[in-house]
Design a binder for this molecule. Structure first.
Ligand code: FBP
Length: 554
């Protein structure tokens, strides 16, 4: 067996907490049904795509009675980007299934949806699951970003289920993966299959949330890890007093991660993409705002600072967003032009081709970007047709633009400071961190809830655990129909049903708290140093959920 660290050893015996209804009844719960639901938008079209799962009620668990059940055979996949706590979802699912019947079996399909389509799996025994309890990562069965999309893909998944006698599939994933889960549930019903499909809300980005889902798992741990690192850098900045640190933070689209980290660390500058879109700011305007902050600090002898930049920023700048939409349609491998683009080998040919096809506004926006960024925008899309923003070096782009502005100001006597910048990107550092107590408990509860939903015969639901600012015993568990979260969006140049992402709400309490603090944080050194995640000790240090969750729901 591989060596494990002392902390891992200590954490292995941590027993995650469950909501009282599951603690006391195991998975034998009763279901309270709410009203029939509607999708968040595009109701007619969504109802047409999901005729059998549209309109299902939200369900909440109440006490049930233990009964004799047949053993269940369930398949599980981890899908999309890693998020702390994925192994605990599997552990909760495993324990829930075993509580139904000790002969129940859990099959882990390897490498995400591809494992289901290609039928590659491993049996998750007690020994396997025990080795991963309370650990970070998805390495128990790995993950992947493939999409179950074509008729052949759906048929392949169905065949895999038949081959293994599977009763239910659990998809642990973000908005795209759970969109897939919803399509799969619908497909299987229409095929007359009895296989149920249940999703679990995962993503460090925190954008899979709505009136029902309070937070996706992994956000809590990842933001705590990044906040620790940012705090360390703030101390370094204030100690050396010679660098501006530009820190890009993961979060493919929404700025929840950057906002939470700003609340936890009080940086000198943080841009929130959703505000950029609302104010219609250009790239130049953003860089000028930041340059102004740098100049204002320099005027008071502070040639240092910390700036936070959300990974998705570039897509929220109106002129760049229009450009990216055009590029997505143009470069879709499903179009003839996209296929032609794919056949071009050299960078010059690619840039020339793209420039010749863009509208004049987008061509202008494209030409205003440094060549390195232009090429990054032309890079491979993910399986869902999205630009891979983690590969776009926005932090370096901003350093370039700000340097130019400060140089101009210096030449005209408007700036006398010194500007030296360091670029950082925090993303992968946090995605596989050992889960915080919050995520360890939440994930285990989500997995256990998924088992209870399966035992109750549900399909097309997302496992849901609520009331998360209260102690775990007071959490509520149940399920939310996946079709309820859908709307229609453009993907790969086509209109598709997808789960709507939750962006930062500019009227919400977390943003309002940030907006109230940012001026003071910007001009001084009000830095907060959160330090590392604590597992043992007083509850207010070890069990505190993210500030976003506390402000939104506390
Ligand atoms: P999910 O939405 O799948 O959870 O992934 C989120 C994320 O961590 C983003 O923050 C980031 O842009 C992306 O994954 C990077 O993943 P990859 O390395 O696969 O491109």
């Amino acid at each position: 067996m591989a060596a494990i660290s002392p902390l891992q050893k200590a954490r292995a015996s941590y027993q995650p907490k469950l909501p009282a209804v599951l603690e006391e009844n195991g998975p034998f719960v009763s279901l309270r049904e709410g009203e029939a639901t509607r999708s968040v938008a595009d109701q007619e079209e969504i109802a047409r795509v999901f005729p059998d799962t549209y309109g299902l009620p939200v369900v909440t668990f109440g006490p049930g009675t233990q009964r004799d059940t047949e053993p269940l055979r369930v398949g599980v996949i981890l899908s999309g980007g890693q998020a702390p706590g994925g192994h605990n979802v599997i552990a909760g699912l495993f324990d829930g299934l075993k509580a139904f019947h000790s002969d129940s079996e859990l099959l882990g399909f390897l490498g995400g949806p591809r494992g289901l389509m290609k039928d590659r799996s491993r049996l998750l025994t007690e020994e396997v699951v025990d080795a991963y309890r309370n650990t970070g990562g998805f390495d128990m069965i790995q993950s992947g970003r493939d999409k179950i999309e074509t008729a052949e893909d759906f048929a392949a998944v169905e065949a895999t289920c038949v081959r293994h006698g599977i009763d239910a599939l659990v998809v642990i994933g973000g908005d795209d993966s759970n969109t897939n889960a919803c399509l799969l549930a619908q497909y299987l019903i229409r095929r007359g299959s009895k296989v149920q499909v249940i999703g679990c809300p995962k993503t460090i980005d925190g954008d899979l949330k709505n009136d029902q889902i309070e937070v996706s798992f992994g956000f809590d741990t990842a933001t705590k890890v990044y906040a620790e690192l940012i705090g360390n850098i703030e101390r370094d900045a204030n100690s050396a007093q010679k660098y501006w640190h530009f820190i890009k933070l993961m979060g493919r689209s929404a700025s929840h991660i950057a906002l939470e980290c700003a609340l936890q660390t009080h940086p000198n500058w943080c841009v929130i993409s959703e505000e950029v879109a609302a104010r219609g700011l250009t790239l130049r305007a953003i860089a000028t705002e930041l340059a102004n902050r740098i100049r204002e600090r320099a005027d008071r002898g502070m040639n240092f600072g910390v700036a936070l930049i959300p990974e998705g920023l570039i897509e929220f700048i109106p002129e760049v967003n229009a450009l990216i939409q055009e590029l997505n349609d143009l470069l879709s491998e499903k179009s003839a032009l996209g296929a032609y683009f794919g056949s071009l080998a050299g960078d010059d040919d690619r840039l020339q081709f793209v420039n010749s096809k863009l509208s004049s506004a987008s061509s202008q926006a494209f030409s205003s970007l440094p060549m390195a960024i232009q090429l990054q925008l032309l890079g491979d899309r993910d399986a869902h047709g999205n630009v891979q923003v983690s590969k776009i070096e926005t932090e370096k782009l901003l350093i370039d633009l700000v340097s130019d502005i400060l140089r101009e100001w210096k030449a005209t006597g408007q700036y006398q400071g010194k500007f030296s910048a360091q670029a950082h990107f925090f993303g992968y550092e946090g995605r596989c961190a050992a889960p915080s107590n919050f995520d360890a408990d939440y994930c285990y509860s989500l997995g256990y809830t998924a088992a209870a939903l399966i035992g109750s015969g549900r399909t097309g639901y997302l496992s849901n655990v609520r009331n998360l600012c209260a102690p775990a015993r007071e959490w509520e568990a149940g399920g939310v129909p996946l079709a309820m979260m859908m709307n229609i969006e453009r993907r790969h140049g086509q209109s598709k049903p997808v789960i709507r992402k939750a962006l930062v709400d500019l009227d919400g309490k977390p943003f309002q708290r940030f907006a109230a603090g940012r001026e003071v944080w910007g001009s001084g050194t009000e830095y907060l140093y959160p330090g590392p995640i604590q597992y043992f000790g007083p509850g207010e240090v070890c069990d505190r959920p993210s500030l976003t969750l506390l402000l939104e729901r506390g």
